[in-house]
Each structure stands twice: as structure tokens, then as C-alpha cells.
Design a protein around this ligand. Structure first.
Ligand code: AHG
Ligand code: MN
Ligand code: MN
Length: 333
């Protein structure tokens, strides 16, 4: 059974960039995710990790203690591996600059965008949560100051994206543009082993995932699509599954065959999910798993971001399911 490191080396000719850099990136990601995993497993035993931190993030959402812990774990871990020059995080208003080993020199060329803890409202109730990450090559020349444009790149420029799901087991799933591969953490040795090679949406259309509590606030096309899923779909209706952790909902849908939808609502006129930290990485994985990711009209990966924390409506899943929903949106009166 391959470890993640062995798998990367074995497949090094398929990665267009430096294998050493990729190993260092994963070394940072593994280190931080293992310490988060350890903390999550203690939830309920200590007051230090469950509950609200008392702060809100840039978008006014309450931050959980574990949001902070995960954010700091990733920043420290990336700092220590000397491969990244900047990080933008859902939990931080501005991007964070990381200088290279030589004082004051920005020698590294990779930037990371991260949702350190996804699904944080589920921390206290033992439901899967995750981390979502995404890596780009900076646009400005090495040794120059980073600018916001290094982070506001279209999703189609990602060189690496993935997530860690802290569920019944802890799994790291990633793509570099050569398929989607999943590795399960063996906690007894602290090693990720290849468990899900070449993940792909199955042919079977089975699930729709949407927060139906917002039904009355959805646009007409979305409401019509939900009715189609429940009443009109032949030969059988889809089954509804929604846990409120994008990582968990997506992971299940990719394995079992389903569509994930977070549309605009009356309260979230641009949708709720963040383009840079959530939608782009999941869209890259979706396409690499043979699916389609859209904002209802256009491809997520072609959107030019205009600010770090912008939101977008988000739909991802098997191509036929997403295209069908796009038809409903198009036919909206
Ligand atoms: P985060 O915890 O990073 O803020 O993300 C939560 C997101 C996503 O994981 C999930 O799918 C969605 O919010 C759930 O939102 P609703 O509770 O509005 O359905
Ligand atoms: Mn999130
Ligand atoms: Mn988050």
C-alpha cells in the first residue's frame, strides 16, 4: 500500500512542477491536519476546542475555537516548510506573507488559499468537518512583494487542490490535474495510505444535497428543480442528503453519485460559499472526478475573482445532473 509520499514520487512525471515542492506542500498539510485531527478527537473532553471563540470573521460569521486553532496550525506548518510565500485564509481579512529562509527575501513561488475548518457549526456535535486547500503559482516575480493579484487568480490556474475530511476516519483527497486520489490516515502510525485511487463520480444519479430549509428563499429555477428531484424524476426520485459540511457532503456525493447545491437566497444574494477557499478547490476536484461545477450559468473555474472573500452560488456533481439544473435556471421566468 502506497503512502502519500511514495505515491507522489511514483507519479512525479505526471506533475508539471517541482516534486520537491509538492512533497514540502504535503508535508505542511499533513502536519497541520494531523494536529487538527488530534484536537478534534478530544472534542467533548476539553473546553479548549468546542464552542465559539467569541469573535467573528471578516464576513461577520461567528468563529469557533477550532477555526482559530486550525488556521494557526496551517500558518505555522506552512511557515516551517519553506515552500510557500503567502497564504490567504477564510479566517483572516488580508493575505499573510511568509518570507523565505533568507531574511527578507521572498524566494518561494507558491501561494496557498485555505478554509482551515469547513463545517465548523458541526464541531460540537460529532459530525464530519474538513479542511479545504488550494495552491497556485504566484504571478509577481520571485523576490518582489506579493500583491493581491497573486491570490485573485482564476480557479483554472490551480496546480493542487484538495481536502481533508475528519470523519469516521480521516481522509486526505487531492488532485494536481491527474485524477483525484484519496489517502486514509492510519492513526496508529500517523501515516496517510492510498485507499481511494482514481475517485470518479459513478454513473448512478442518486442524491441531491441542498439546505431545503431555505426553500422559500430560493430562486424559482432551484425550487422547480427540487420538485423535479422529488416528484418528476423517473424512474425513482433522488434521495436527499445534507449535513451542512461541504467537505462531507461533497465526499459522499462523489463516491455515491450526487449533486451539491448552494444557490443564492434572499439572505445570501451571491450565495454563501466562498469562491477562493471552498468553490474553486472543490470545482477542480469535481472536474477531475469527471463532474461539472457551475454557478448556475457558467464554469466556476473561469470566474475572475475580485476580492479574497467573495461568495458565489455553487453547484457541483455529475455532469448530467448539473446540466439539468442549469436548464431549470435558464428556463426561470
Ligand atoms: P464554514 O464552516 O467554513 O463557514 O463553511 C460552512 C459552509 C459549508 O461547509 C456548508 O456546506 C454550508 O456552509 C452550510 O451552510 P447552511 O448552514 O447555510 O446550509
Ligand atoms: Mn467552509
Ligand atoms: Mn471555515
Amino acid at each position: 500500500m502506497y503512502t502519500l509520499g511514495e505515491f507522489i514520487i511514483e507519479n512525479r512525471d505526471k506533475f508539471l512542477y517541482s516534486t520537491e515542492a509538492l512533497l514540502r506542500l504535503f508535508s505542511s498539510i499533513k502536519l497541520a491536519s494531523k494536529s487538527i485531527n488530534k484536537e478534534i478527537n478530544k472534542a467533548g473532553l476539553t473546553e479548549e476546542i468546542i464552542g465559539s471563540s467569541g469573535f467573528t470573521n471578516i464576513q461577520g460569521e461567528p468563529q469557533q475555537k477550532l477555526d482559530h486553532f486550525a488556521h494557526r496550525a496551517f500558518i505555522e506548518s506552512f511557515k516551517s516548510r519553506n515552500v510557500v510565500c503567502g497564504i490567504a485564509s477564510e479566517e483572516s481579512k488580508d493575505f499573510i506573507v511568509i518570507k523565505g529562509e533568507k531574511e527578507n527575501i521572498f524566494q518561494n513561488k507558491y501561494v496557498v488559499l485555505i478554509d482551515p475548518l469547513d463545517g465548523s457549526s458541526n464541531i460540537d456535535v460529532n459530525i464530519p468537518i474538513g479542511t479545504i486547500f488550494s495552491v497556485y503559482i504566484r504571478k509577481t516575480p520571485i523576490q518582489m512583494e506579493l500583491t493581491i493579484e497573486d491570490f485573485l487568480q482564476k480557479g483554472n490556474k490551480q496546480i493542487l487542490a484538495g481536502y481533508i475530511i475528519y470523519g469516521s476516519s480521516t481522509i486526505l483527497v487531492y488532485t494536481t490535474g491527474n485524477g483525484v486520489h484519496g489517502f486514509t490516515l492510519d492513526p496508529s502510525v500517523g501515516t496517510f495510505y492510498l485507499s481511494h485511487p482514481n475517485l470518479h463520480f459513478p454513473k448512478r444519479e442518486k442524491i441531491y444535497s441542498i439546505n431545503e430549509g431555505n426553500y422559500a428563499r430560493f430562486p424559482e429555477g432551484i425550487r422547480n428543480y427540487i420538485r423535479y428531484c422529488q416528484e418528476k424524476r423517473r424512474p425513482y426520485p433522488y434521495t436527499a442528503r445534507y449535513i451542512g459540511s461541504l467537505v462531507g457532503d461533497f465526499h459522499r456525493n462523489m463516491i455515491q453519485g450526487g449533486i451539491y447545491i448552494y444557490p443564492k437566497t434572499v439572505h445570501f444574494p451571491c450565495g454563501k460559499l466562498r469562491l477562493l477557499y471552498e468553490c474553486n478547490p472543490i470545482a477542480f476536484l469535481t472536474e477531475q472526478a469527471g463532474g461539472k461545477a457551475s454557478d448556475g450559468k457558467k464554469r466556476i473555474l473561469d470566474i475572475k475573482p475580485i476580492n479574497l472573500h467573495q461568495r458565489t452560488p455553487f453547484i457541483c456533481g455529475p455532469v448530467e445532473m448539473v446540466s439539468k439544473l442549469e436548464e431549470f435556471i435558464k428556463n426561470e421566468k
